[in-house]
Design a protein around this ligand. Sequence first.
Ligand SMILES: [Zn+2]
Ligand SMILES: [Zn+2]
Length: 105
Amino acid sequence: MKGGCDCGAVTLDIPGVPDRVNACPCGFCSKAGALWGYFPRDSVTVTGRTQLYRRASRRLEIHRCEECGILTHWLEPTGRWHETGVNMRCFDPDTVAAIEVVVDP
Ligand SMILES: [Zn+2]
Ligand SMILES: [Zn+2]
């Protein structure tokens, strides 16, 4: 399934619709309005230029479009985690609205 940021500079390609999405309640994600879908790292393709933010308390690199600022995905920089998180807000809203939402910090 293809999606992307608001301006179109960053595109995201994921292997399919996840069974559930996570409305992470942490300070960052709740302020950003992120809805995370988790996928094997190798299965997600991202194109376009992003800026990254490293949250002080965690080791994740959170990426946003350099142009429009929409939050697109996060990566764990050492590669120890096999998963990556993709902001499902970047995909077709009707498709995403049908996915079960969990709240998991
Ligand atoms: Zn953009
Ligand atoms: Zn969070």
